[in-house]
Design a protein around this ligand. Structure first.
Ligand SMILES: *Cc1c(COP(=O)(O)O)cnc(C)c1O
Length: 229
């Protein structure tokens, strides 16, 4: 618990220092705590330390935690790959979906967003390095998809998300994040206010390139057990 508190403070401090280093205002970057594989009790502990936004990758696992934490005022972000037969639950249970990579998924989320709720916040995931095995749309396909998603009334398109190939070279980190920022700016669409980029190992580079939302897991919760499906 003490370790969680220290980690969370350290991550907030890293974000603040990075904001200061490039002259950005304090609190211009929102912190989503990526809690995949962590039990509900750990999320509750982070909540008690002031963390409100959590990111999950696996729907089934997320739903179990959502049920256990229904008494808390959490903003839930879905950041994992989307199967089209799971869109209804995503539309019902999340506040944000970061990983839109095709129009069919967006249309289903739009149709399935419950009428009583605010439009679902979404980002389009971009395969910024063009790696064949990675999910996300190609940079060349972003503009067309963004126009189509923006026209869906039950979704609110907020911006772009990327998971660049890991590298320890800060210039390469920044180059990838810069490409995502330039893509967003190039869309020239009003209302897009979100760059979802930056994780435990590269959040400083992301802040320097204008991220508005970092997704941080390991630096808050410690190393995860190997990923499950
Ligand atoms: C796991 C994950 C993160 C967090 O990564 P860390 O390196 O643990 O900070 C961020 N974004 C996505 C999409 C993830 O799957």
């Amino acid at each position: 618990m003490l370790e969680l508190q220290e980690n969370l403070q350290a991550v907030r401090q890293r974000i603040r220092a990075a904001e200061q280093a490039c002259g950005r205002p304090e609190d211009s970057v929102r912190l989503v705590a990526v809690s995949k594989t962590q039990p509900a009790a750990v999320l509750r502990a982070a909540y008690d330390l002031g963390q409100r936004e959590f990111g999950e990758n696996y729907l089934q696992e997320a739903m179990e935690k959502q049920d256990l934490l229904a008494d808390l005022d959490i903003v839930w972000h879905f950041i994992g790959p989307i199967q089209s037969n799971k869109t209804r639950l995503l539309a019902e249970r999340f506040d944000w979906v970061h990983s839109i990579d095709r129009l069919k998924i967006a249309q289903r989320l739009n149709d399935q967003r419950p009428p009583g709720r605010a439009p679902l916040n979404v980002c389009i995931q971009v395969n910024i390095g063009g790696e064949p095995t990675k999910s996300g749309v190609t940079p060349a396909a972003v503009a067309e998809l963004a126009q189509a998603v923006a026209a869906l009334p039950r979704l609110r398109l907020r911006g772009l998300m990327a998971i660049p190939a890991p590298t320890a070279d800060e210039r390469e980190q920044r180059a990838a994040f810069r490409r995502l920022r330039e893509l967003l700016e190039g869309l020239g669409m009003p209302g897009l206010d979100t760059l979802s980029m930056g994780m435990s190992d590269d959040l400083e580079a992301a802040v320097a390139e204008g991220t508005t939302l970092v997704r941080v897991g390991t630096a808050i919760f410690g190393r995860r057990p190997p990923a499950k499906g």
